[in-house]
Design a protein around this ligand. Structure first.
Ligand code: EPZ
Length: 423
C-alpha cells in the first residue's frame, strides 16, 4: 500500500485545476442502463471509483470505453446480458446500488447485492428500496441480494423521503424517467450532483422538473435516447484544495471553481478569516502572512448546508485556529475517525458522540498517521502541509478513490509532497 510523505514547507502559490465530480459521475454512469443509445460523459475524473463502476457496468454487458486518458467515458448498454450486480464489486463501492433503479426501469428485473456498511457508518439502503416500491417495484431480500421485479414496468407514484438521501433520490429519479405516469419525489436531495443528473437525463429525453429543490416531478416516457454530457465540477475536491492556502498561507487559484457549489463552506472560511475572490478562471483563496485562522463552529447538513464531505478537512484546519471550535456531524454516525490521527499530530480534540470540540494549538507536528476513509485521508495530508516536520500518511488507496494526482496538484503550488510506493 502506497504512502504519501508531506513536509511543512511554507506558503503555497499557484493554480490547481478542479476535476469533474466523483459523486456526479458515479450516478451519471448507471444512467446509461436506461437507454439502448450511447451515453458519453466528458470531464470525467480519473479515479479508482470510476474504474470500479466501469467494471460493474461491463459485468452487466454494457460497453464502457475510456478515452482521452479517462476524461471521456463512451458508454452503451445496447445488449444487457446480465442483470446481477455481484457482491464482489458492490462491497468495494456502495454507489454500485445505483444500478438497481435504472436496470429495473429498463428491463423490469434486477438483482443487486446489498452494499454493506463502511468506515463512516452503517449506510443502509432502505430508502432506495422504499422509493422503488412506491413506483411499483416488488422487492425480495435473499442471501444478501435485493431481487427486484417490475412486471408490466414501473408506475409513477409519490414518495416522501423521511430523511434526505442523495443516493436514494438518484435511484428513484433515474427509475421514474421510464415509469408509466407521473412521479413526485418529496424531501428530495438538492445536491448539485442531483441537478447534474437531471440535466443529463433531460438531454436523454426525460421530462423532469424541480431538480435542486426538495420536490422533483418526473413524467415517465417510453424510452430514452443517447446524449453527451459534461460532468459537473467536483465541489468537494474544490473545497478540499481551497483549504490548502488556508493552512499554509499564500494564494491559490482553483481553476473551474464556482462559489455557488460551495457557498456554505465559503461563508465558514470567510468567518475564519480566509479571503475568497471570484476570478475569470475560478476561485482564488488566500491567507495573508502573519494572520491566523479564527475558530468557527460547523454543523454538517444536506445541501445547501455545510457538506459532510468537507467536515474532516475543516476539522484539520481548525486544529491550529485561534480559539475553540465545535463541529457537529449530523449526516453520518461515525465520521470523526480522523480526530485520533490529528491528535497524534498534536491536535487537542474532544469527541463526544456527534460533536467534536477542537481547541486550537499553535502548530501541529508531523507524524506517521493512517488514512481511514477517503475524506479523512486528505485531511491528514492538508494537516501535514502546515505541520512542523514530516508526516507519513499510510493506506492512501482511500485517497485514490476520490482525488486524482494529489501530490502533483499540490507540489505544483510549492508543497513538499511525494508518493512512496509500498515495498
Ligand atoms: C452520498 O452518499 C455521497 N456518495 C457521499 O460521499 C456523501 O457523504 C453523502 O451522499 C451525503 O452527502 C456518493 O454520492 C457516491 P445519503 P449516500 O444517502 O448517497 C442515511 C464521499 O466521501 N440513509 O445522502 O450514500 C445514511 O446512513 C462520500 O464522496 C439511510 O438511512 O448518502 C446517512 O446517514 C461519502 N437509508 C444519510 O441517510 C438509505 O437508504 C445520508 O446518506 C440511504 C441513506
Amino acid at each position: 500500500m502506497d504512502s504519501i510523505l508531506v513536509t511543512g514547507n511554507g506558503p503555497l502559490n499557484g493554480q490547481i485545476p478542479i476535476a469533474g465530480a466523483k459523486n456526479a459521475c458515479l450516478t451519471l454512469m448507471p444512467a446509461t442502463l436506461l437507454s439502448e443509445e450511447p451515453l458519453t460523459l466528458t470531464n470525467a475524473p480519473r479515479l479508482s471509483d470510476i474504474r470500479t463502476m466501469t467494471a460493474l457496468l461491463q459485468s452487466l454487458g454494457a460497453e464502457v470505453t475510456s478515452l482521452q486518458g479517462g476524461k471521456v467515458l463512451a458508454m452503451s448498454s445496447h445488449d444487457l446480458n446480465n442483470h446481477k450486480a455481484d457482491y464482489e464489486i458492490v462491497r468495494k463501492m456502495r454507489a454500485s446500488i445505483l444500478v438497481l433503479g435504472p436496470m429495473l426501469a429498463r428491463d423490469g428485473h434486477a438483482v443487486v447485492s446489498l452494499p454493506g456498511g463502511c468506515a463512516i457508518g452503517a449506510r443502509p439502503v432502505d430508502l432506495h428500496l422504499k422509493a422503488l416500491e412506491a413506483l411499483g417495484a416488488e422487492l425480495e431480500l435473499k442471501e444478501g441480494y435485493v431481487h427486484a421485479k417490475a412486471p408490466g414496468g414501473l408506475k409513477g407514484g409519490t414518495f416522501e423521503f423521511p430523511i434526505v438521501s442523495v443516493g436514494a433520490t438518484e435511484n428513484a429519479l433515474m427509475a421514474a424517467t421510464l415509469a408509466k405516469g407521473t412521479t413526485v419525489l418529496k424531501n428530495a436531495a438538492r445536491e448539485p450532483e442531483i441537478v447534474d443528473l437531471a440535466q443529463c437525463l433531460r438531454r436523454m429525453g426525460a421530462q423532469i422538473d424541480g431538480e435542486g429543490t426538495s420536490t422533483i416531478t418526473i413524467q415517465g416516457v417510453d424510452r430514452l435516447g443517447g446524449a453527451t454530457h459534461p460532468v459537473v465540477t467536483d465541489r468537494i475536491e474544490l473545497g478540499t484544495y481551497m483549504l490548502a492556502p488556508a493552512f499554509c498561507g499564500g494564494r491559490v487559484e482553483l481553476l473551474g471553481g464556482k462559489r455557488s457549489l460551495v457557498e456554505a463552506f465559503c461563508q465558514k472560511l470567510e468567518q475564519a478569516g480566509i479571503a475568497i475572490e471570484e476570478t475569470e478562471a475560478g476561485l482564488a483563496v488566500s491567507r495573508a502572512a502573519g494572520t491566523r485562522v479564527q475558530a468557527v463552529d460547523v454543523t454538517t447538513e444536506p445541501f445547501p448546508g455545510f457538506p459532510t464531505d468537507l467536515q474532516a478537512q475543516m476539522m484539520a484546519l481548525l486544529c491550529t485556529a485561534e480559539g475553540t471550535s465545535v463541529l457537529e456531524e449530523k449526516i453520518f454516525e461515525n465520521r470523526f475517525m480522523h480526530a485520533p490521527e490529528l491528535i497524534r499530530m498534536g491536535a487537542n480534540i474532544d469527541v463526544h458522540g456527534g460533536h467534536a470540540t477542537v481547541h486550537g494549538v499553535d502548530r501541529l507536528k508531523g507524524a506517521p498517521v493512517m488514512a481511514t476513509d477517503l475524506r479523512a485521508s486528505v485531511s491528514l495530508i492538508l494537516a501535514g502541509l502546515a505541520a512542523e516536520g514530516e508526516t507519513v500518511v499510510s493506506r492512501v488507496y482511500h485517497l485514490d478513490r476520490g482525488y486524482e494526482r494529489v501530490e502533483e496538484k499540490l507540489s505544483a503550488c510549492g508543497a513538499k509532497i511525494e508518493r512512496v510506493a509500498s515495498t
